[in-house]
Design a protein around this ligand. Structure first.
Ligand SMILES: [Zn+2]
Length: 323
């Protein structure tokens, strides 16, 4: 029951009931309802800050899982980097070293992308850093793999060139020398067979009967096959490229023509005694960049260590050349 309020009327000297106006009642009701609604909203708002809905709980779990997945992804990126580093090390320290190519510096192998910020689209979120970092590392990894792949292409090319080079340069004795008895005189000062004077002998002499086959000591092109050089008689010159030329002198006859391509071991002519020659023999020279060098260093192709030793000893004897 509502409280009844009274007031003292000084005119009638009595207590009279206070009558509430209808409008006042309505005003009170409005204030009460507004306050209740406000309180209700405020309570809900505050509660919603601390109490998660099932949907929110699910989203939070998903986010947590995503962060975990990114961390795992980063770990695997680490593993990939470690594996690549292994290949890069071998590349720099073995492959590139072997083929005399400069090692690729780390800065070049680990270069990111400069200029514009490629990772702007990941900015503005709680996990921006994590996501942008992950993409950045994958970009670097991708680029490093491209650098490594290009390096291996270069190595493959160098290996191919080296193989060609090794096939081209003189590397076998130009004559069959099974018992190592053919070598007669080496490169260096020798007694001239005609004047008996000590004179520099620019090649190696292999004694053999007239008609003994002579072989190309490396791949190349026949530059000359004639008798127009003083002293050499019938002779052949093979251009091997890379600055190397081999010369075969005093031939009985040729088996090749100028500009003909020959392979190492091809029969190119026969032993004779044409030109300034004392007896049938092959005079063999090796040129590098126009200089006549000691052919003894160009027989590694078909000699054992012992055979090479015998040849070396015979070639160093300061005897008489056959010229
Ligand atoms: Zn000679």
């Amino acid at each position: 029951m509502a409280k009844v309020k009274y007031y003292y009327d000084s005119e009638t000297l009595s207590y009279r009931k206070i009558k509430r106006k209808k409008t006042t009642t309505f005003k009170y009701a409005t204030v009460f309802l507004t306050a209740a609604a406000l309180f209700g909203f405020l309570s809900f708002f505050i509660a919603s800050q601390y109490i998660e809905s099932p949907k929110e709980r699910q989203l939070a779990r998903e986010l947590q899982n995503m962060e975990l997945q990114y961390e795992l992804l980063n770990k695997r990126t680490d593993d990939a980097f470690a594996a690549l580093e292994n290949v890069e090390e071998r590349d720099n320290a073995i492959y590139r070293l072997y083929f005399e190519a400069n090692p690729i510096p780390t800065e070049q192998r680990r270069a990111g992308f400069g200029g514009i910020n490629r990772y702007k689209k990941y900015e503005g979120f709680d996990n921006s850093q994590l996501i942008a970092e992950s993409y950045k590392r994958l970009d670097i990894l991708e680029k490093a793999i491209v650098v490594q792949s290009k390096s291996l292409d270069e190595i493959a090319k160098l290996a191919e060139d080296k193989e060609k080079f090794l096939e081209a340069i003189p590397a076998i004795q130009p004559i069959s020398n099974v018992n190592m008895t053919r070598m007669a005189s080496g490169y260096g000062y020798r007694t001239d067979p005609f004047t008996k004077v000590r004179k520099f002998h620019f090649g190696m002499d292999f004694t053999a009967p007239r008609g003994t086959p002579i072989y190309a000591s490396g791949d190349g092109v026949i530059k000359r096959a004639d008798s127009r050089s003083t002293g050499y008689g019938n002779h052949i010159r093979i251009d091997h490229g890379y600055g190397y030329i081999s010369l075969y002198a005093h031939l009985y006859k040729y088996n090749v023509k100028v500009n003909q391509r020959v392979k190492r071991g091809d029969l190119i002519g026969y032993v004779g005694s044409t030109g300034r020659s004392e007896a049938p023999h092959l005079h063999y020279e090796v040129f590098k960049d126009g200089e006549r060098i000691n052919p003894i260093n160009f027989y590694y192709g078909n000699l054992s260590a012992e055979e090479y030793d015998i040849l070396l000893k015979k070639a160093s004897l300061e005897n008489q050349s056959l010229d």
